[in-house]
Design a protein around this ligand. Structure first.
Ligand code: M6P
Ligand code: ZN
Length: 187
């Protein structure tokens, strides 16, 4: 049977915005980010309803499906908890041999990467930057600019998220502002 159909999701190329009934949106407020920032006391004193980042995702197959792909756009708003820039929780993949692509769409950011031995390194994110996140490497994105940081992602539908290790041990590198400039500090 030959037929021409409309795609069920559209992506606005300039902004990464996804539209369509199959798109899900998840907002992470400061209240969802306990024990993520270096200064937990400062985080607790801030407005807990403030949205730090939003993820839009298109998940055409069930989570856990072998060899499928998910697609997402994340917006991290500008700001800091104390001197530490707003960022995602960050995660290892639950299935440790699964990789992921990130790419910069708008704004200025840093992608913090950390291997199993806790060696950390950072890649600059900007409009057009492309990042291959190797299997077994934890990843977190940080907005170091004064505007929104928007990035795209594509990952395996059976990768899963392992947040526990990050909540427990954190990343071995963090981005903080010193004299108006982002600097990388080790924990
Ligand atoms: C990207 C992808 C998602 C992830 C999101 C936010 O869009 O990697 O899988 O959920 O960033 O990151 P985190 O889950 O670490 O908060
Ligand atoms: Zn991931």
């Amino acid at each position: 049977m030959n037929k021409i159909i409309e795609p069920e999701v559209n992506v606005e190329i300039e902004s990464g915005k996804l539209t369509g009934s199959k798109v899900i949106t998840v907002s992470k407020k400061l209240s969802d980010l306990a024990n993520i920032f270096r200064n937990e006391d400062t985080r607790r004193e801030m407005n807990q309803d403030q949205v730090i980042y939003r993820v839009q995702a298109y998940m055409p197959v069930d989570e856990g499906t072998e060899a499928g792909l998910f697609f997402g756009t994340t917006i991290i708003y500008p700001g800091k908890v104390g001197d530490e820039y707003f960022m995602t929780k960050g995660h290892f993949h639950a299935q440790s041999d699964r990789a992921e692509y990130y790419w910069g769409i708008e704004g200025e950011g840093m992608l913090v990467l950390m291997d199993r031995e806790r060696n950390a390194w950072v890649e600059k994110m900007y409009k057009g930057s492309l990042h291959y996140i190797h299997a077994g490497v934890a990843h977190r994105t940080v907005n170091i600019g004064e505007e929104k940081l928007i990035f795209g992602a594509c990952w395996s539908s059976d990768a899963g998220h392992n947040y526990d290790e990050i909540i427990k041990n954190g990343f071995s590198a963090r981005l903080v502002e010193l004299d108006g400039e982002p600097i990388l500090v080790s924990e």
